[in-house]
Unconditional design. Structure first.
Length: 132
């Protein structure tokens, strides 16, 4: 029986250490960006001395900040979940099918939850829509 059949991770201890460092650094960067983003948004909302053109630009900037914050928050959530999987011994295992993600994928995208096959299936499901 091979690793793909048993759901055993092909990652070595050094790989796990590297992933832990990268994930921790990524989580720290994302937390910092989210905090800076909130500071910027708060400052924009507090600025009352704006003319009509400034108000429009402020609204666009706030929407962009909000969008960026949502993206960063989602990535932070996946990063923290990956750290939890690492601590729990299931890092590098697809959360959908239970098979190994593959060493290269786990190291290249340590926050990834799915193997390539499941990620492609999920992308197809999202793009299929009601008729497909």
């Amino acid at each position: 029986m091979n690793r793909a059949e048993t759901g055993e991770s092909p990652l070595r201890p050094g790989d796990l250490e590297e992933a832990a460092v990268r994930l921790s650094e990524q989580a720290d960067r994302l937390r910092s960006r989210l905090a800076r983003n909130e500071e910027t948004a708060s400052a924009l909302r507090a600025d009352c001395d704006l003319d009509a053109a400034d108000t429009g630009a402020k609204a666009v900037t706030l929407r962009e900040l909000h969008s960026r914050a949502e993206t960063d928050a989602a990535l932070l959530e996946r990063t923290v979940a990956a750290l939890d999987r690492l601590r729990g011994g299931s890092f590098g295992i697809c959360t959908r099918c239970g098979r190994p993600q593959g060493r290269e994928r786990a190291l290249a995208l340590p926050h990834a939850e799915l193997c390539v096959v499941c990620a492609e299936e999920r992308a197809g499901e999202r793009g299929a829509g009601p008729g497909g």
